[in-house]
Design a protein around this ligand. Sequence first.
Ligand SMILES: [Zn+2]
Length: 211
Amino acid sequence: MLECILNWLFPDRCAGCRRLTGDLFCAACRARLRPYPPFAPPAGLDAAWVAFRYEGSLVAAIHQLKYGRRRRVAHVLGDLLAAAAGPLVADALIAVPLHADRLRERGFNQAAELAARLQRPGNPPLIDGLVRVRATHRQARLAAHDRAANVTGAFVWVGRSPPPPRLILIDDVLTTGATLAAGAAALRAAGAQSVTALALARSVIAKTSVQ
Ligand SMILES: [Zn+2]
């Protein structure tokens, strides 16, 4: 109720097109989202699935979320991811963690915010236990061949018991898949059997392999 009144007084600006639409991601921006085509999983991942092409309004919205620290944008993007993905089959969902320094800086983990929206009846539970132990350079600033080296050994499983066998690892953007593969390596080292990557978006021109 309070949210309705506040939104009437101060309508939300769309994170995609910046218009005062009263919606965090407006109908026009939603209509322009294009599904990401199926692709072979990057090295180190058993499967990979991406909801949308990283382009246009979605790029603007993801930037608002991560660099503009507009946390609520994750709710609408997470719901779009959930709707596009449909029912998820695995034993558990895990969000790609941020390093503690980055988490302090941003105030929240965008992957965890998206993953929280996948917590719905019929989907596997979202669990903790994977941590990022090494601060890494921002992947976006690195060339493909540097990305894998940057994140190797960056993650470790600290759960009290081994992770469940089949996992879905969630991130906002999949580019080369190096970050997700490094997370998957830590999960397998702790006993996981299969790790599927699930991401909101991927650049269409991104290479499918880091080799
Ligand atoms: Zn819009």
